[in-house]
Write a protein that binds this ligand. Structure first.
Ligand code: CP
Ligand code: NVA
Length: 307
């Protein structure tokens, strides 16, 4: 566990498959311990700054509760209320925060901004979502799949919808843990080619396939995943997107091609009747509430290991 100390977590690709699996087993232990009512001191005397440029329900609450559960303290910082909002640089913000706190979560649009913060800061920096990646979410997804299926290696995951941050982190994460990934998006909303190329490089016997055909992606899948069609910051494109993505809706017809015991995941927030029907997200194959809960457990493991 020492190998994690003081590292950043900016991308799911920052961890090897072995490290991800190690973190997940620690998260599972912490989840059990919480159910038994045990408390921990892994982060006693430590503070976590959480900078948010965008709204959040799960990330904000789960990180804050995670620090509390570990005996530490978390500060929610709305970027607009910081000097950052009036032009102080992200690097200077990182240098200053490093003198006060022991770790920093940041949610912002540009991945480069997160990298700049990590470069200037002397404390671990955690990506709490950029428009490029959402690595904490993928840890929670993996814990959910692992606990439902008993393994990750050998499974097929289908991601249907927008080639966005969630799609990128799944592409980079799945091959690392031995899962095949099929991504189906409209051609103009495909994941970035550099991400696809990196995923394919890491493939090692797993399949990394990007297609326009949602049925091909979902066929025989163990896990079906989707995400919103309009991500934070894309509100102006909403109308166009809602038309283009219509054939990519996860509904009863589409999932009829998946394995009979497939599970459905969605990072939330969800829009019933858009990317997924109520029948599916509120149906027996959906594990979205477990998935949301698991954000807490994986982030506790992450904080205990990095800080
Ligand atoms: N899934 C997720 O990151 O949710 P929030 O935007 O509510 O944090
Ligand atoms: N793709 C979504 C994920 C929200 C958790 C967004 O970036 O808005």
């Amino acid at each position: 566990r020492k190998r994690f100390r003081h590292r950043d977590f900016l991308s799911i690709a920052d961890f090897t498959g072995e490290e991800i699996m190690g973190l997940l087993s620690f998260a599972a232990e912490l989840k059990e311990a919480k159910k038994r009512g045990e408390t921990h001191t892994f982060c006693a005397g430590k503070s976590l700054a959480m900078i948010f440029q965008k709204p959040s329900t799960r990330t904000r609450v789960s990180f804050e509760v995670a620090m509390f559960d570990l005996g530490g303290y978390a500060l929610y910082l709305n970027a607009q209320d910081l000097q950052l909002g009036r032009g102080e640089s992200i690097a200077d913000t990182g240098r200053v925060l490093s003198r006060y706190v022991d770790g920093c979560v940041i949610r912002t649009s540009r991945q480069e901004e997160v990298e700049e913060l990590a470069e200037a800061a002397t404390i671990p920096v955690i990506n709490g979502l950029t428009s490029w990646e959402h690595p904490c979410q993928i840890l929670a997804d993996f814990l959910t799949i692992l606990q439902s299926k008993g393994q990750l290696a050998g499974l097929k995951l289908a991601y249907v919808g927008d080639g966005n941050n969630i799609c990128h982190s799944l592409l980079l994460g799945c091959p690392r843990v031995g899962m095949s990934i099929y991504v189906a998006t409209p051609p103009q909303y495909a994941p970035h080619p550099t991400v696809v190329a990196r995923a394919q490089e890491a493939a090692q016997g797993t399949e990394v396939v990007v297609t326009e055909d949602p049925v091909q992606a979902v066929k025989g899948a163990d896990v079906v995943v989707t995400d919103v069609w309009v991500s934070m910051g894309q509100e102006e494109e909403a109308e166009t997107r809602k038309k283009v993505f219509l054939p990519y809706q996860v509904n009863g017809e589409l999932v009829s091609h998946a394995k009979p015991d497939y599970i459905f995941l969605h990072c939330l927030p969800a829009h019933r009747g858009e990317e997924v029907t109520a029948e599916i997200i509120d149906g027996p194959h959906s594990l979205v509430w477990e998935e949301a809960e698991n954000r807490l457990h994986v982030q506790k493991a992450l904080l205990a290991l990095l800080l």
